[in-house]
Design a protein around this ligand. Structure first.
Ligand code: UTP
Length: 292
């Protein structure tokens, strides 16, 4: 069985739900306390054993590339003022993986963004970490998907049950349990943003998938779907109907950094746990909550 050594992070969307900030700061660079959201995606891939990472970006998002690059003059100033530990940390971030960037020239949809990675992926298996979905978990979610792939040998999609009323905002999967498990399913169809009555179930894909390279032949001819965008889900639906995919109910808490509420929640959770400011922040929250 082939090892999974490549990951794609599509991060070229317009980020309209985070306007006005997202017109000047890419939503992937919005901080969770003191690290940008994209750091957590790269870290998840690395902790899953993946070191070759392609970020799909666009002309307004150079800040991501800068974040993972060396900054010799800034580092020199840090060292000159005795802040060697900070300078070392920046070096460590710049070396945590081999990170490549490619531009999606037009935001034609997530499926189109993934198709831009075809040459990078070649004949290999790969994971996709949706650029605005941060997941805090015990085992990194990409690792959970890889372990599931190694068990069942098909493409794997990371899913969670969502409230039935919300399914229309996500996608809906046709699933049946595998081996009597309640966290792992065989999926042979799915639909993006279903209208009322079109839902298969309230299980939706949330932010992580592990795909086989056949997806590129499907994406090549994929017609625009919901919202006029080339949808990755539509291509994965074809894959599911032709070969079946495994749906894993992954362990972990997901934060939608593309939404204002998700951004705030992620900062509160990580702020409370933060080594440097956590204790004071928790005390502040306790006081603050008294007047809510
Ligand atoms: P979203 O639909 O959540 O991102 O796509 P968006 O288009 O930026 O969102 P809004 O609705 O305008 O706020 C999921 C992921 O796919 C990427 C996004 O950057 C996001 O990480 N994406 C989406 C692309 O890379 N290219 C696209 O054309 C569309």
């Amino acid at each position: 069985m082939k090892a999974v050594t490549r990951a794609i992070i599509p991060a070229a969307g317009l980020g309209t739900r985070m306007l006005p900030i997202s017109h000047a700061v890419p939503k992937e660079m919005l901080p969770i306390v003191d690290l940008p959201a994209i750091y957590y995606l790269v870290e998840e891939a690395v902790l899953s054993g993946i070191r070759e990472i392609l970020v799909i970006t666009n002309r307004d998002k150079d800040a991501m590339e800068d974040f993972f690059d060396d900054s010799p003059s800034y580092e020199a100033r840090l060292r000159a003022s005795g802040r060697d530990a900070d300078a070392d940390r920046l070096r460590e971030i710049a070396r945590m993986a081999n990170i490549y960037f490619i531009r999606q020239k037009e935001a034609k949809g997530l499926g189109h963004a993934v198709h831009c990675a075809r040459d990078f992926v070649g004949d290999n298996l790969f994971t996709v970490l949706y650029g605005d979905d941060i997941i805090f978990s015990k085992t990194p979610v990409c690792r959970q998907l890889i372990d599931t792939y190694e068990q069942y040998g098909r493409a794997v999609v990371g899913v969670k049950p969502v409230p039935m009323a919300d399914v229309a905002r996500y996608c809906s999967l046709k699933i049946a349990p595998i081996d009597g498990r309640d966290d792992c399913f065989f999926c042979d169809d799915m639909i993006e943003k279903p209208k009322k009555g079109q839902e298969f179930s309230n299980y939706s894909i949330l932010g992580r998938v592990l795909l086989t390279p056949e997806i590129f032949d499907i994406l090549k001819d994929q017609a625009p779907g919901a919202g006029g965008e080339i949808q990755l889900t539509d291509a994965m639906a074809t894959l599911a109907r032709e070969r079946g995919v495994t749906a894993l109910h992954f362990e972990g808490e997901r934060f939608d950094m593309g939404s204002k509420l998700g951004f705030l929640r992620a900062n509160v959770v990580r702020g409370c746990e933060h080594e440097e400011v956590g204790e004071e922040f928790r005390a502040f929250l306790r006081e603050f909550a008294k007047n809510l």
